[in-house]
Design a protein around this ligand. Structure first.
Ligand code: ADQ
Length: 752
């Protein structure tokens, strides 16, 4: 039976060791609730660290007891030493990735000790997980601590279905590129079949970083890297909406428990009934914008003195990473700032800020949410921010106002909040004023819409959506086998045949890509290879390309081969004249030329190439995303606005080509196949235009896709070097191949 293995840095348990006795209790939280329909259930497992150093777990019998207890609950603990915790957790995860991904590069302490610890612990997780996995299991890895793990698992067990969710922001390329180990991190993540982010911005930033740093193909939200496809999707995480709603209702009806926060609030409001509360809750972290919030509140009081003694900021800061100097410093700054603001505005009866530095039980949290007229949530960066959603769901009377930073992922969903820039304290102060003065009906309108949004995408749905999509993606998602691996049987077929048709694309198939394709004339080795293949009287060899006929003729006229130019518009049999295969008119060109020109004007370094029956817009010299975005727009416009022109759009490698709809390599090949009764047909190509050719071939033909994009071809080869090796293997005995390429065993392995 297939099982699901959840992996996160921490197991959702809290361990306590007292008097040589270990107790542990289930910790509650968004992730645990979200995954409660997955774990514990059906032998599914959850793998993670127990949260304390291995050295602190006394005695081996106690450790065995712990293991028994934990495993009985389908948890698999990872034991980490103090050194590992220091380098992997406090170091690489929290001192490099956390600050960098939250746009605090100045706090990132890049060093190789952290990096080697991170790799070591990711490997430790991989080793342990592989002890429990069967071939088609699903593994769902969570968060930034384990970004190398997916590829580590995939290399060992390619049939695993691996998903990854990042709970924090993925930064823009300009920030991500600072990471010294950026390429390794991306490669690690691309071991997954599905990666999830909270927002479409993080998704796009990730895709852009991959496109800039790795040689891969990107089709929309799919990345194909080294023969493996990763789908990149958006899954905004929700909360357990019912739980917050129910607890808030319950507290309204229940008697107030003595000594609870609610009792204290009631006591306070008895003496100061006019005071309205503004709530803020977060872990004490520099990404949460606590200082900005305090300064904005100070500004608000200064500029709205009539609100003195009328409002109180309830600021709950949960201790976090308290042994890290950075956080100790932040705590000191906040303590001082709270003191300064309180002393500046306080009266005998009133202090403006009630500051709690501690964690609170769930019921107390709800009491704070329900007693507060406004929630002031101002992170300078936040992956999602669940507190915003929790506040909204706890407002069972459908009142209250949410002020939310535009830098929190939640702002993309909660559009009825006051969305503010956390760096602009005037804007925050204005929002606060408007929130405090908003009529109840307006509050209700906004809260209701937000409650529906949150209910409709609760955390259980989030988990189900992710897993359903992950399970729908085949684990080994690019199925074709290497043509080299199958060359023995292909050669046998070739040798038996008497009439062979060989169709070879040129750019990207026989030669690599370059910024200046004019320079890609065939080298001596290639000319020799083509001559050898074409010299065999049983072979009809054609080069089939999108290039102009003049270009192909200049390079290949002397060889005994056929040439097909402009995607099939022209054909030239060996030693004969060119013949046009297309008799229509290209009256569409003027209109398309205009449209393409509007893009060459906007996008520097892009250019138009005019061929007889083709117009091409090239963007290979345009840096990064700009070209890709332009190409996307052009394709979209051409597809929607020029439907009546009878043209087609070919989306090639850094080029968009427009031709008459009836011109394509497939039609050209169909005509060729009619010439003779071929008993061996081989077609090799790398581009989307070659797919037309693959689709026209009979089922016994050998079709080979070069590269990793999806294809109708039967086999695959990695690059033009492999193509050349394969063609030599076809035309010569393999010993000769090795001699020609001077391939020792080691080099051969590299090529293959
Ligand atoms: P966090 O940075 O921890 O999570 P957040 O999303 O706000 O941030 O979640 C905090 C959780 O802790 C909330 O569920 C809240 O109720 C709870 N909490 C806060 N203060 C508490 C207190 N005093 N006592 C008890 N509980 C308290 C990371 C990312 C976020 C992302 C989440 C989920 O940094 O951006 O939203 O993961 O993906």
């Amino acid at each position: 039976m297939k099982k699901i293995i959840i992996v996160s840095n921490r197991l959702p348990v809290e361990l306590k060791i007292e008097n040589d006795k270990i107790t542990f209790k289930q910790s509650v939280g968004g992730l645990t609730t979200g995954l409660s329909s997955v774990h514990p259930k059906d032998h599914n497992l959850w793998v993670g660290w127990l949260g304390i150093p291995e050295q602190e777990i006394p005695g081996s019998s106690l450790k065995d007891d712990l293991m028994d207890e934990v495993i009985r609950k389908d948890y698999i603990p990872i034991f980490l030493t103090e050194e590992e915790i220091d380098s992997y957790y406090y170091g690489y995860s929290n001192d490099i990735i956390w600050p960098l991904f939250h746009y605090f590069p100045e706090y990132a302490k890049f060093n190789s000790y952290y990096w080697s610890g991170y790799k070591k612990v990711n490997e430790k997780f991989a080793r342990e997980i592989l002890n429990y996995t069967d071939e088609n299991d699903t593994v769902w890895v969570h968060d930034y601590h384990l970004m190398l793990l997916p590829a580590m698992l995939k290399t060992q067990q390619s049939h695993l279905n691996i998903g990854f969710f990042l709970h924090i922001p993925f930064p823009t390329y300009e920030v991500f590129r600072m990471l010294p180990s950026r390429v390794e991190i991306l490669k690690g993540l691309l071991g997954t079949n599905l990666i999830g982010f909270h927002t479409s911005e993080y998704q796009q930033y990730f895709i852009e970083s991959v496109s800039r740093l790795l040689p891969c193909e990107i089709h929309g939200n799919e990345i194909i890297y080294e023969g493996h496809k990763t789908v990149v999707e958006v899954f905004p995480m929700g909360i357990d909406a019912d739980e917050f709603e129910n607890e808030a209702h319950l507290q309204k009806e229940q008697e107030i428990k003595p000594q609870s926060i609610k009792a204290e609030i009631k006591e306070y409001t008895k003496h100061s009934p006019q005071v309205r509360f503004i709530i803020s809750i977060d872990r004490l972290d520099y990404s949460k914008g606590i200082v900005n919030r305090l300064e904005a509140f100070d500004y608000f009081l200064e500029n709205n003195p009539h609100y003195k003694e009328q409002v109180k900021l309830l600021m709950l800061a949960v201790p976090s990473r308290t042994c890290v100097p950075q956080y100790q410093l932040l705590k000191k700054d906040i303590d001082e700032l709270v003191g300064r603001i309180n002393s500046k505005h306080a009266t005998v009866r009133w202090t403006p800020i009630l500051y709690l530095f501690r964690s609170l039980p769930f019921e107390d949290l709800i009491s704070l949410y329900t007693c507060s007229d406004v929630a002031l949530i101002t992170p300078v960066r936040d992956g999602m921010n669940l507190v915003a959603k929790e506040y909204v769901m706890s407002r069972s009377d459908q009142d209250g106002v949410l002020i939310l930073s535009e830098m929190a992922g939640a702002s993309k969903e909660l559009k009825e909040a006051f969305i503010i820039n956390p760096m602009n304290y005037r804007e925050i102060s204005n929002a606060l004023l408007q929130a405090l003065e908003m009529p109840k009906e307006d509050q209700a309108k906004r809260i209701k819409i937000m409650q529906d949004t949150i209910r409709n995408n609760n955390v259980k749905k989030w988990a189900t959506n992710f897993l359903t999509q992950l399970e729908g993606i085949p684990s080994n998602n690019l199925q074709q086998e290497s043509a080299l691996k199958n060359r023995k049987s292909i050669i046998e077929h070739y040798e038996k045949a008497e009439k062979r048709l060989i169709l070879l694309d040129y750019d990207g198939t026989l030669v690599g890509f370059q910024d200046n394709p004019e320079m890609l004339a065939p080298d001596k080795e290639l000319t020799k290879l083509i001559r050898t293949l074409a010299g065999n009287s049983k072979n009809d060899l054609y080069l089939i390309s999108g290039r102009k006929k003049e270009n192909l003729e200049a390079w290949f006229a002397d060889l005994p081969i056929g040439l097909i130019a402009e995607h099939g518009s022209f054909i030239r049999q060996s030693n004969k004249d060119w013949k046009s295969e297309f008799y229509g008119k290209s009256h569409w060109k003027k209109k398309i030329q205009k449209l393409l020109e509007s893009y060459t004007e906007k996008i520097p370094d892009s250019f138009i190439e005019e061929k007889t029956h083709v117009l091409a817009w090239h963007y290979r010299k345009v840096p990064g995303e700009i070209g890709v975005r332009g190409a996307r727009e052009i394709v979209q416009m051409l597809r929607t606005r020029t439907m009546d022109l009878g043209i087609q759009v070919l989306n090639g490698n850094k080029v968009i080509e427009v031709t008459a709809a009836s011109i394509n390599k497939g039609n050209a090949v169909r005509n060729l196949m009619r010439q003779k009764d071929y008993d061996f047909i081989l077609a090799i190509g790398d581009d989307t235009t070659d797919e037309f050719m693959f689709r026209q071939l009979p089922s016994q033909a050998i079709s080979i896709k070069v590269g990793t994009a999806e294809s109708a071809a039967k086999y695959r080869l990695k690059d033009f070097k492999q193509v050349r090796f394969f063609l030599y293997a076809l035309s010569e005995k393999e010993t000769i191949v090795k001699r020609i390429f001077d391939i020792g065993n080691e080099n051969k392995k590299q090529i293959i």
